[in-house]
Design a protein around this ligand. Structure first.
Ligand code: DON
Length: 594
């Protein structure tokens, strides 16, 4: 059943205020839309502890957290102007395509979770890329039978049919209140006038330079004359992207999927061995899905269903944790890290066998998230002993039914929430720019299992369930998540990080919902990661050395990891908004609306 849009809902809200005729419906609506407490005069000592080491950003009427200060400011401005969380999210999404071009995008895809406080309902919008009609299972296997990683990552054949523009338009038309033109405008202005390049951008361009410089159009658009990289402090303008944004603000998604942009994409595909045709673009469809639901420590967890594996395994892991006697185990201790690792391995082994696009394979999502299954899986977790990955096999849940990505979270003054993760897959996707558009193509086809049992670029081993098939969506780990407490909005979070996304979101939830840390402390706390294969426990540099020593004594093979994830989190408690941008990536920013 299609939900009433916000535009049709607003008159009903007005009616509630002006008449008593619809008393029952209005009473229900008022309960569902309980607004945050009035916080005009705020006793700041009640809200935050002055002596905490990590301080969240505090807001009274809303919050936007993203990986770019410019984009967060744009979202906050939309909220200030009366836009709702979906309006702000769409504006942030377009802005990130301009100011964070390595991950923010119009030519990738992602997942958006929307909580509609007025309707007391949460929906999941799937705008993941799809395999083109001409895609076949062994398209990335070379003559020796090995996976051709260059083809799977650095060519136009690596591109899935993009979903972002359709996804944003869908969200806006159904749940927003402003026009696409209004929300594209800030991004368009930055593309036209340029923004000042920062160290972060210079560093990532340098990391990816070899790939980017292989493509003449990428050189022309993202570099200076002679394919020289921009330096910190220089102004970076994107006139082609500005033209594209102007066109989209007039033509909408039809312009992308059937109009001039479609034609340019297809021309580039024909000239560069890509598979995407006009028919692929025309057929692209956004899906509205029911979120995966779970319960943990009195909170309701709402998260992304397949074709992301994130939500299913997040809930599975929380269920397993709940089975273990952890009352006296400290946050960040070696014991806690050990138990979490045992849980991670059991979830990721299931991912390798059971997860794929549910339109093509039976995914036992209900079975995996069931409490009974978690009980069975956690029975053999010992507090003292490691279960080696080689001894952990996929379970039998019952009942069938370098990357870079970026996450942003928005909560508005009505308590509506958007938790959105989207991606080109790797930094700058395939590195190939579609001539004349300023748009970089994704390389998300690598998220399929190109060959059963062979790890992809995140080291994830996949099975037949995630094999390439025309029109299928590749399995993802993206885990945009929303938490409710007694039916009221409580938390929005998510992160980039490829295979490390699910474990990062899990640790964030455990830190906040179990250890009661403030959002900033929770975000900054060191993280670990294990994904069953390889049998290695990855720890961040700031995990305590004595904990690492204890884990090594237990027999863990440990590798110090680069930072894990970049969580953008908002908590809403007693009418106060607490925002935390992850310090792991520079320039991320929580911007409050007061
Ligand atoms: O969908 C996925 O799981 C990956 N394409 C996400 C990539 C990612 O998070 C890279 N970020 N660091």
């Amino acid at each position: 059943m299609k939900l009433p849009s916000f535009r049709t809902l607003f008159p009903a809200v007005t009616l509630c205020l002006s008449t008593t005729l619809l008393l029952t419906a209005c009473e229900q609506q008022k309960t569902a839309t309980r607004l945050p407490a009035k916080a005009a005069v705020l006793d700041i000592d009640r809200v935050v502890n002055y002596y905490d080491i990590n301080h969240p950003v505090i807001g009274r009427k809303g919050m936007v957290v993203s990986q770019s200060e410019i984009a967060s400011n744009i979202g906050a401005e939309i909220l200030q102007r009366g836009g709702n969380a979906v309006d702000a999210a769409v504006a942030v999404g377009f802005a990130l395509a301009v100011v964070l071009p390595r991950a923010g995008n119009l030519t990738g895809g992602g997942f958006m979770l929307v909580h509609l406080q007025e309707l007391n309902k949460t929906i999941a919008i799937d705008y993941r890329e799809m395999a083109p009609l001409a895609a076949v299972e062994h398209m990335f296997i070379d003559s020796k039978g090995d996976v051709d990683n260059d083809k799977a990552l650095e060519t136009l054949a690596a591109a899935g049919v993009p979903g972002t523009v359709a996804g944003f338009e869908y969200a806006l038309e159904n749940y927003g209140t402003m026009t696409l033109k209004q929300l594209i405008k800030p991004a368009l202005e930055i593309a036209q006038q340029g923004f000042v390049v920062n160290d972060d951008m210079v560093r990532i361009v340098k990391k990816t330079q070899t790939l980017l410089q292989q493509n003449n159009e990428t050189c022309r658009v993202f570099f200076k004359q002679g394919c020289q990289p921009y330096q910190t402090g220089e102004l970076f303008k994107q006139p082609d992207l500005a033209t594209t944004l102007q066109y989209l603000s007039e033509e909408g998604a039809d312009g992308f999927y059937q109009g001039d942009i479609a034609k340019k994409i297809v021309l580039a595909m024909e000239q560069g061995q890509g598979l995407i045709t006009i028919e692929d673009l025309r057929r692209y469809q956004v899906k509205e899905l029911a979120p995966i639901k779970g319960h943990f420590n009195g909170y309701e967890i709402l998260t992304m269903p397949p074709p992301s594996s994130g939500g299913v395994h997040l809930v599975q892991m929380l269920n397993m944790l709940e089975q273990l006697p952890i009352e006296n185990i400290a946050q960040g201790s070696a014991s806690m890290m050990h138990l979490q690792t045992e849980i991670f391995k059991r979830a990721y082994v299931d991912r390798s066998k059971h997860l794929g696009d549910p339109d093509f394979v039976d995914v036992p999502a209900k079975g995996i998230v069931s409490k009974t299954y978690a009980k069975k899986l956690s029975q053999h977790i010992s507090h003292e002993k490691i279960t080696p990955s080689s001894q952990i096999k996929p379970g039998e849940p019952s009942g069938y039914e370098s990357p870079d990505t970026t996450h942003f979270s928005v909560i508005d003054k009505q308590g509506n929430i958007v938790s959105n993760t989207y991606t080109l897959n790797h930094y700058y996707g395939s590195g190939i720019t579609i001539p004349g558009t300023g748009l970089l193509m994704n390389n998300t086809m690598d998220d399929f299992s190109a060959k059963v049992g062979s790890p992809n670029s995140y080291g994830l081993v996949g099975g037949k369930a995630n094999a390439i098939v025309a029109q299928k969506r590749p399995l993802s780990s993206m885990t945009p998540t929303i938490v409710l407490k007694s039916g009221q909005p409580f938390l929005a979070t998510g992160t980039p990080g490829g295979s490390k996304i699910i474990t990062s979101v899990f640790q964030q939830l455990v830190n906040i919902l179990w250890f009661d840390m403030n959002v900033s402390e929770a975000t900054n706390a060191p993280r670990i990661h294990h994904q069953w294969q390889p049998d290695i426990l990855y720890v961040e540099q700031n995990v305590a050395a004595d904990s690492i020593a204890l884990l090594q004594q237990m027999g863990y093979q440990i590798e110090l990891s680069t930072s894990l994830g970049s969580l953008q989190t908002i908590m809403l408690k007693d009418g106060i908004y607490y925002g935390a941008a992850d310090p792991r990536r520079p320039n991320a920013k929580a911007v409050a609306v007061n």
